[in-house]
Design a protein around this ligand. Structure first.
Ligand code: PLP
Length: 375
């Protein structure tokens, strides 16, 4: 048996930003220093360079750097004129920001249950469409693409806009197309936790529609056409030059990081499938494993057992959106989303970041096997 973590003092953290920084320190300090010395700190050349780099990577026409991923969704909703009285459909298992963005423009979030792959259930989706529905926000949760084929078909039939929440899925592909470039507008987060990240907050918006691009560019910066001319009401959702530089460095490593995430995922899939339910790769998908979520009826006991052996895990997400206190006014109740509610008690996210060592991955696998061996 592989060495037991309980006998080591080295804990395995769910994320390890310090280890990541130690590997990139020299490059980051040198590039960030150039920005500091340039005397230009907001938008500017580094942001334009990043926008171009992302457009090439995603093979899409237009990219804009914005303040964060939540703002990206808010800006998208705004230029689609989604407003009070409108409804927007989104999966009930997501980060709260997806719903919060809808509420921020005064529209009503309408939740849709998910399937075991944790993404929006396209079989149920169509039944939720009303005269008030304006858009759907599929979330590519854990970096696994939602069923965009079916979603685009439904959107077309009902003339609905599609805003992809690709905060967790940069580099993931659905039938050969990059997530975030399939719908009308794609929204990405550069939060430190995300696969491509900065050292603070940051986000990206993508579109192939020139009109949307021009509108988005205006409202990310107060609606200013130039320094003296404001043509529409906007907000301040600009990306900093320093963060853009850090994301540009990240772009050099993104494919390597994705490969490593998939390598770790493969080890879990190969070794844990007999004990817990593991996510499986689908032939027309390319998943980037932002999270690696296993399903087990003994979730709480397993989480506790791993914690005792110094292995940190998380739950994404322990409370489905409709059961959050803030959602009470939407009048949903327990039992409305049976799959999401069940999954919220079975899901466990294992560490899957690129800087994990093979020994650490082995330790996690062996510890989980030990847990089930004891049953
Ligand atoms: C991280 C995340 C967001 C929000 O991004 P921020 O940059 O933190 O504002 C939105 N949706 C999902 C699914 C996310 O994971």
């Amino acid at each position: 048996m592989i060495s037991q973590l309980s006998t080591q003092d080295q804990a395995i953290h769910f994320v390890n930003f310090k280890r990541r920084y130690a590997l990139m320190r020299d490059e980051i300090i040198s590039e960030v220093n150039k920005v500091f010395a340039s005397g230009s700190y907001i938008l500017g050349e580094p942001v334009e360079e990043l926008e171009e780099s992302i457009a090439n990577y995603l093979k899409c026409k237009y990219v804009l750097g914005v303040a964060n991923g939540t703002d990206a969704i808010i800006l998208a909703l705004k230029i689609l004129n989604i407003d009070a009285g409108d409804e927007v459909i989104l999966p009930v298992n997501s980060f709260i920001a997806t719903a919060g963005a809808v509420v921020a423009v005064k529209a009503k979030p309408v939740f849709c249950d998910v399937t075991e792959d944790l993404n929006i259930d396209v079989e149920i989706l169509e039944k939720l469409i009303t005269k008030k529905t304006k858009a759907i926000i599929p979330v590519h949760l854990t970096g696994r693409p939602a069923n965009m084929g079916a979603i685009m078909k439904i959107a077309k039939q009902h003339s609905l806009a599609i805003i992809e929440d690709a905060a967790q899925s940069i580099g993931a592909e659905f039938e050969g197309k990059m997530t975030g470039t399939i719908g009308d507008i794609g929204c990405f987060s550069l939060h430190p936790l995300k696969n491509l990240h900065v050292y603070g907050d940051g986000g990206l918006i993508t579109t192939n529609n020139k009109y949307f691009y021009k509108q988005l560019k205006l409202i990310r910066n107060h609606g200013l056409l130039d320094r003296d001319t404001c043509v529409c009401w906007g907000l301040n959702s600009r990306l900093d030059s320093v963060q853009a530089k850090i994301a540009l460095i990240g772009m050099k490593y993104l494919n390597l990081w994705t490969t490593r995430r998939r390598e770790i995922a493969k080890k879990y899939q190969t070794n844990l499938g007999d004990f817990v339910k593991v996510p499986v790769d689908n032939h027309n998908h390319f998943s980037v494993y932002h999270n690696f979520i296993i399903l087990t009826d003994k979730r709480d006991q397993l989480m506790h057992f791993l914690q005792e052996k110094n292995i940190e895990t998380k739950i994404h997400y322990s409370v489905p959106l409709h059961l959050q206190p803030v959602a009470a006014s939407l009048k949903y109740k327990h039992g409305d989303f049976s799959v999401a509610e069940r999954l919220s008690k079975q899901m466990l996210s294992l560490p899957v970041y690129p800087e994990l060592t093979n020994d650490e991955v082995e330790n996690i696998i062996e510890t989980i096997k030990n847990f089930y061996g004891k049953k």
